[in-house]
Design a protein around this ligand. Structure first.
Ligand code: URA
Length: 434
């Protein structure tokens, strides 16, 4: 099989066979196919697309390119959740302990911040001492003892994705539906889970700006999961405004603890409970969504979810005193309020603009591997629907250094749209895709 023939076939709009796809993935992992040929094929896929079957073959070949975790020695249904990325989206840190408190096993392998969106690992690492680098033995130990861990991807899982993602990043081929599906789902399938809930974000602060694009991605990922024997369901949820009030690593951890203590922002609590319910349903522990929501709310009000979060933080080496005394978290030393220019109702808070403002403050990274400042970010004092008076604080910026806050201040102010009428409240879940 010659790689150049496979490239030509896809370039001309042909359909690849499972053998051709397997050949390419094997060559990507053992280095026998040159980066320039892989890049050419990625561009051909970007331009010509793949049908559902090709996408499933690609996903399967990438999932098999490394080890697949065998979690059969850990009792209980194993269910994970994956979000396509949002601003202030900290639901993973709330729902993993809630789901564990309800009896699920949650081996959550998360990522780092990407572009203007935050990453769960960066957030969790703002807790002093906490490590997200767990090997397989530690992962299983944590799952047996607590029921949830949140960790980084191990090197042996889906190594083909690392090679292909690095090339996509520098060849303008990230935004391809079959390539995104195969990238995300190959890693999830290799985790050895029984079920997966996808939170596909739609709107200003999401990578998918329209419901059509988000629906197409959700359908493609659900089909790839089903093909691999992982029960997968997707919820389309709004990412026009940031979720909750805190955006920025340590600030978001504080908000997660507040939410698990029953005093977090309503939108964050409701979405975390809804996603937990979907996980319980997929894992066979709930009869339906209302039953799952009841169980999740019970775990919240009894403090069982907070208890699991504390156990997980301690297991991963984190200093529990930082959860009780947030002053021990590295929260930014300088603070500044951005105020309303007029009286009215907050009509919109542009999640992407807030996300970009916090990246400018140092909460995210411009280049892969760069360090993040865990202490900086934004705390929204007003959300869509709130009434404000001219001069009233809208958002508090936490920062380090004047040179960073000046551009961030402008972006944060521009994120708020104030009008004469309150906006309609968006539904919590736009659509469920099974
Ligand atoms: N996240 C991934 O892991 N892969 C993609 O292709 C996009 C987002």
């Amino acid at each position: 099989m010659r790689v150049v023939d496979i490239i030509r076939k896809k370039r001309d709009g042909g359909r690849l066979t499972s053998e051709e796809i397997a050949h390419v993935i094997a060559g990507a992992v053992d280095g026998s196919i040159a980066d320039y040929q892989l890049s050419a094929l990625l561009m051909a896929i970007y331009l010509r697309g793949m049908d559902d079957e090709e996408t499933a073959w690609l996903t399967g070949a990438m999932a098999r390119s490394g080890e697949r975790l065998d979690l059969s020695s850990v009792p209980g249904p194993k269910v994970d959740k994956h979000s396509t990325g949002g601003v202030g989206d900290k639901t993973s840190l709330v729902l993993a302990p809630l789901a564990a408190a309800c009896g699920l096993v949650v081996p959550m392998m998360s990522g780092r911040g990407l572009g203007h969106t935050g990453g769960t690992l960066d957030k969790l690492e703002s807790i002093p001492g906490l490590s997200v680098d767990l090997d397989e033995a530690r992962l299983k130990d944590g799952l047996r003892r607590i029921g949830c861990v949140v960790m980084g991807q191990t090197a042996s899982l889906a190594p083909a994705d690392r090679t292909l993602y690095a090339l996509r990043d520098v060849t303008g081929t990230v935004e391809s539906l079959p390539l995104i599906t195969a990238s995300i789902m190959s890693k999830k399938i290799a985790e050895g889970i029984d079920g997966l809930v996808l939170d596909v974000k739609v709107g200003r602060g999401a990578f998918m700006k329209t419901a059509e694009a988000a629906r197409a991605l959700a359908r493609s990922m659900v089909a790839a999961g089903a093909e691999a024997g992982v029960r997968t369901e997707a919820l389309l949820t709004s990412m026009d405004a940031p979720l909750g009030r805190a955006v920025g690593n340590a600030l978001e951890v504080v908000e997660c603890v507040a939410t698990l203590s029953g005093c977090g922002p309503r939108d964050l609590e409701d979405l975390s409970v809804r996603l937990t319910a979907q996980m319980l349903l997929i894992g066979g522990l709930a009869m339906d969504v209302p039953d799952g929501e009841r169980q999740a709310r019970r775990a919240l009000s009894s403090g069982a979810g907070l208890g699991k979060f504390r156990e997980m933080v301690a297991f991963q080496g984190g200093d529990l005193r930082a959860l009780d005394e947030p002053d021990r978290l590295p929260v930014g030393p300088q603070r500044e309020m951005v105020t309303a220019s007029r009286t009215g109702f907050v009509v919109a808070v542009d999640a992407e603009a807030i996300g970009r403002a916090t990246v400018l403050l140092g909460a995210g990274r411009d280049t892969a591997g760069a360090a993040v400042d865990h202490g900086v970010g934004a705390l929204l004092l007003c959300k869509p629907g709130d009434r404000v008076s001219a001069g009233e604080p809208l958002v508090e910026l936490y920062y380090r250094g004047e040179e960073r806050v000046t551009p961030a201040r402008r972006l944060a102010a521009e994120a708020f749209v104030i009008g004469d009428e309150p906006p309609a409240a968006p539904p919590l879940v736009l659509e469920v895709i099974r």
